[in-house]
Design a protein around this ligand. Structure first.
Ligand code: ZN
Length: 471
């Protein structure tokens, strides 16, 4: 097993079109000063961060998103002037026409809404302050950083008079953090126009050090799919009554017993799909003796799964359907037994158990505790992109070219992204952002003190330019 799937690709399309690796990737930040290019990049991204675009859960006011989209036109004039722009209520698409239609188009996408910056921040969440070699603010990682990098890359190329080999489309929505309504609408729009993408590149995994214990090295976590997500409401009923005569198994008690059992997740079988197996196999090369078991994950599936669920919640989430209980309601007064109590479970279902299988397993468990289940917001798990396919290989190549000390690995996202809606118009969706981040930065996504290292800006643009030239 060699590390790179791309080593024997001499006769592939990829090899014929692969551009030379960029000459310079890293900025010298040793003395705390930025070089001119990094300074320019930081200025541009700062303006995107300062423009507040917190998700609008009520979907009632689009003005902040509309003005943000105007800002993009100002920041990336060469690209927006070259391209054909279509605005939607919740996003936009932009077409950068290629030299020919011989190959199907490709799509680059990143969203522009951000989650609320709750909690105490060291630097104001919309200040875009630069301190300690980092740019701070909500959206630096999720996902304005990615949006900036892909548009910056294309804007420079368009400004230099470069024309891509095939049509390159861009898309960005303001509803990724809420319902995905914008991506749903835009993907339907493409479908109606008969436009199918050969590849699509969205946000997703990033470059992490030691993503699982023992795998010593830097890994580019390249998402090849994502689990499905659904909200389920579990309802327990009773005759109600006064709290002074409670009787047994009142609604909240039944829900509690049900949740305690469900949290053990035993109704959700463990398995490893081919992408997860490949991820472990690639990790194994950096794990010393411990890696032996991981080097043949198909053979050691049973024992590996049992180990992973004990040692890592993150790894466990890759191996089975999960459910997290997030909201609850009982009666309206402290001395009243509820006639109806409910909890919401947010489910992420695995590819192997699937939507219906996961629903039925949890419904059966709920019935044991006399709890009813309502499905509120079902969605399907995404298609799995082949990690031997062209899209994955191109991203691998770009990683090798721009980040020579980083090992690309396929993985499955446990969170949802807009790209799930693009399965209807694309067979190969890749979910990856070319930013190297540490544990604090990983936790800052949807948390506090979100930031990215200034040293990541230049390589991120190089990464996207590599792809745009190679496709
Ligand atoms: Zn995001």
């Amino acid at each position: 097993m060699t590390l790179s799937q791309g080593d024997d690709r001499a006769d592939s399309d990829v090899a014929k079109t692969a551009p030379a690796a960029p000459e310079r990737f890293y900025t010298n930040m040793g003395d705390g000063k930025m070089d001119r290019q990094t300074q320019q990049y930081a200025d541009t991204l700062s303006r995107m961060i300062r423009h507040e675009t917190v998700s609008d859960y009520a979907c009632s006011d689009n003005t902040r998103f509309e003005s943000f989209r105007s800002l993009l036109k100002e920041l990336f004039p060469a690209l927006f002037q070259t391209g054909e722009y279509v605005e939607f209520d919740d996003g936009f698409v932009l077409k950068w026409a290629g030299k020919s239609n011989a190959k199907g188009p490709v799509l680059f996408m990143n969203h522009h809404d951000v989650v609320e910056p709750n909690g105490e921040w060291e630097h104001g969440p919309f200040s875009a302050e630069i301190a300690d070699g980092r740019l701070w603010g909500r959206g630096t990682l999720d996902d304005k950083g990615g949006l900036w990098a892909m548009l910056q890359a294309a804007d420079e190329l368009a400004g230099d008079g470069f024309t891509p080999e095939r049509d390159v489309w861009f898309s960005s929505t303001s509803t990724e953090e809420t319902t995905g309504k914008g991506a749903d609408e835009i993907s339907h729009w493409f479908e109606k126009k008969g436009i199918r993408f050969e590849m699509c590149f969205d946000e997703g995994g990033m470059i992490l050090y030691e993503p699982i214990g023992g795998a010593k090295g830097k890994f580019a976590m390249i998402g090849v799919g994502e689990k499905g997500c659904a909200d389920l409401k579990f309802i327990a009923r009773s005759k109600g009554g006064h709290a002074s005569i409670p009787g047994k198994n009142t609604p909240l008690v039944r829900l509690g017993k049900f949740m305690a059992k469900a949290e053990k997740h035993q109704v959700f079988p463990l398995d490893m799909n081919p992408a997860v197996c490949e991820m472990f196999r690639r990790f194994s090369l950096y794990m010393g003796l411990e890696g032996k078991l991981f080097s043949d994950p198909e053979k050691n599936k049973a024992i590996l799964s049992r180990i992973m669920i004990k040692v890592s919640d993150k790894a466990a989430a890759l191996l089975r359907t999960t459910i997290a209980f997030t909201m609850a309601k009982g009666s309206g007064a402290p001395n009243v037994i509820p006639s109806e109590a409910w909890v919401i479970g947010n489910m992420r279902y695995s590819h192997h158990q699937g939507q219906q299988g996961s629903f039925e397993a949890i419904r059966k468990l709920a019935e044991k505790y006399d709890v009813e289940m309502e499905i509120q917001d079902p969605g399907c798990p995404s298609r799995l992109t082949d990690y031997n396919g062209t899209a994955f290989r191109l991203v691998e190549e770009a990683v090798h070219a721009v980040f020579p000390d980083v090992v690309p690995v396929p993985y499955i996202m446990t969170g949802c992204s807009d790209s799930r809606f693009f399965d209807r118009v694309c067979d190969q969706c890749i979910r990856f952002l070319p930013f190297e981040i540490n544990d604090q930065q990983l936790d800052s996504i949807h948390g506090i003190n979100e930031n990215l290292d200034l040293t990541t800006l230049v390589p991120a643009v190089s990464f996207y330019q590599y792809l745009m030239k190679a496709v």
